[in-house]
Design a protein around this ligand. Structure first.
Ligand code: ZN
Length: 94
């Protein structure tokens, strides 16, 4: 479990509500795509966010290699991974 006393709070990224009701942070990936991530950091997240000030969305670095996130205090997960509306975001149909 996280040690609350020694872990600083994550930056206060602006959040907005997804259509499913969850709070998400809209980020831009290194390839320039907009991507919502869960507003709450996750210990097993695979996304590192870089705060770029209030006028730009945070930069999201997505990695599949956990070693690249060693030492990163706040990791995030793509909201698409657990959004019940993800299919409609992707315009897919079941
Ligand atoms: Zn959602």
């Amino acid at each position: 479990m996280a040690d609350e006393a020694s872990t600083p709070p994550p930056p206060a990224y602006p959040t907005s509500a997804c259509t499913c009701g969850a709070l998400v942070i809209w980020t831009v990936t290194t390839s320039g795509k907009r991507m919502p991530v869960d507003s709450t950091p996750a210990d097993d997240g695979n996304i590192k966010l870089t705060h770029r000030g209030t006028s730009l969305p945070p930069l999201a670095v997505v990695t599949t290699n956990p070693a690249q996130l060693f030492g990163v205090r706040h990791r995030y997960r793509s909201h698409f991974a657990n959004c019940p509306h993800a299919a409609s975001h992707r315009r897919g149909r079941r």
